[in-house]
Design a protein around this ligand. Structure first.
Ligand SMILES: [Mg+2]
Length: 430
């Protein structure tokens, strides 16, 4: 079997005004859908974070794929690594991988595994060693949020696209106080069955966010695991102060402060497990992470770490060095959810409910439409590949969204400045 084409399609879908340490989600989230085609009429699909740099790199990657056998994933990976050697990633997020090859191969690896699975009529989890469980739990990803459901420039319910429903129950609602976030959490857990809570912090004064965690704990009880992720915008001093307050309430403490050294120092002063998807984001950073002791849990992501197979290898490294493993997420659709789920059922080292932004979206690019959580988990079937197929009509509609929406890069800081003039990430330190 030979690869004959790589089709790269940028898309945009409605995204509600969710707040984070980098600012505010734009009314549209950008993703790129890829399809690898072969001379045997079997194809594989993948999905990664959007943006013009990734788009350009994926189009360049085509030259390395054509004529290759999709089962020769190691050869393809090496060709991509050589082809993009030294090229810096310009993705506008702090946790982006440090080289383009890694991110581009991540996307290709997911699509190649889907393709190979479809060719041998086996699910992706069977190609990476087989499942150790049939279902994988996800957590409720809680955000402070302005009113609106996304889909148009501007703020407020009148400025947002009335057709955009996002997470439909709460399109008009804001979640800005501890009490409102408790309401959000209750509704999300009731609808999707999640049993763990993650609060995206780094938005308000740490006292407000600490109060939110405590309010969640009081509302849900001690048996519900809770995490907070201030996205490294707290100083070490603040992280220690609030870490001590939050010790009785947190399952883990995700990236409160910035960098491996600060996270390592935090570990000496606070006894909650520390998790990261910011200070240790690639294999290159593991030696210093181990030397310093910068985290207890790595929040992997098959879209950044080099794909599903590389994340399986990361699991083994984590086990060797006494780290635990869970999963980071960005705004995404169902192809990514299934890539995460196949990894989740196959990787024995994953030991926490994984993150997902999926409940916040309503759009889809797959034929079966929106995927369903079963009591907070995704059940992985024996369908070949990732178990989902592209819906070409939906793909075209979301591609037209991309062409019309005017966004070509994610920039939460600029979105935030539309609400709070002069707001900067640089000055947003507590
Ligand atoms: Mg994080």
């Amino acid at each position: 079997m030979k690869i004959t084409d790589l089709i790269v399609t940028p898309i945009a879908f409605d995204d509600p005004p969710l707040l984070n340490a980098a600012g505010l989600h734009a009314p549209y989230a950008l993703r790129i859908i890829i399809e690898i085609k072969t001379d045997e009429n079997i194809s594989g699909i993948g999905e990664i974070a959007g943006g013009s740099a990734a788009l350009e790199s994926l189009n360049q990657a085509k030259a390395f794929l054509i004529g290759m056998d999709p089962f020769e994933r190691n050869r393809i990976r090496i060709a991509i690594e050589k082809g993009f050697e030294g090229v810096k990633d310009t993705m506008n997020v702090g946790y982006a991988p440090k080289n383009v090859a890694n991110r581009i191969y991540s996307a290709l690896n997911i699509a190649l595994l889907d393709l190979c699975g479809k060719a041998v009529e086996k699910p992706v989890c069977d190609l990476i060693g087989g499942r150790v469980r049939d279902r994988i739990d996800f957590s409720a990803y809680l955000f402070y949020k302005y009113e609106g459901a996304g889909g148009r420039f501007g703020m407020g319910k009148d400025a947002h696209d009335p057709e955009a429903i996002g997470w439909h129950k709460f399109k008009e609602q804001q979640f800005l106080t501890p009490e409102e976030v408790v309401e959000e959490a209750k509704a999300m857990c009731q609808e999707f069955g999640f049993k763990s809570l993650k609060l995206k912090g780094g938005v308000f004064e740490p006292q407000v966010e600490s109060d939110t965690v405590i309010a969640l704990s009081k509302a849900f009880g001690k048996d519900t695991p809770i995490r907070i992720d201030p996205n490294a915008c707290w100083t070490l001093e603040t992280s220690v102060e609030y870490g001590k307050i939050l010790e009785p309430y947190l399952e883990y403490y995700e990236d409160p402060c910035k960098g491996q050294e600060a996270m390592a120092e935090l570990g000496r002063l606070v006894s909650i497990p520390r998790a990261t998807n910011m200070c240790t984001t690639s294999f290159d950073e593991i030696p210093s992470a181990i030397k310093l002791g910068s985290e207890d849990i790595i929040l992997a992501d098959p879209h950044y770490w080099g794909g599903i197979e590389a994340t399986m290898q990361l699991g083994k490294i984590c086990a060797v060095f006494g780290r635990k493993l869970s999963m980071h997420s960005n705004s995404h659709l169902g192809i990514s959810l299934m890539a995460m789920a196949h990894l989740g059922v196959a990787c024995p080292e994953i030991s926490y409910a994984m993150d997902t932004h999926y409940p916040w979206q309503k759009d889809e690019v797959i034929k079966c439409g929106r995927l369903k959580f079963d009591d907070g988990a995704i059940v992985v079937s024996n369908e070949p590949g990732l178990g989902v197929e592209l819906d070409y009509d939906a793909l075209e509609r979301l591609h037209q969204n991309y062409l019309k929406c005017g966004y070509t890069e994610r920039n939460d800081e600029i979105e935030m400045q539309k609400v709070v003039p002069g707001w900067t990430v640089k000055d947003h330190i507590f």
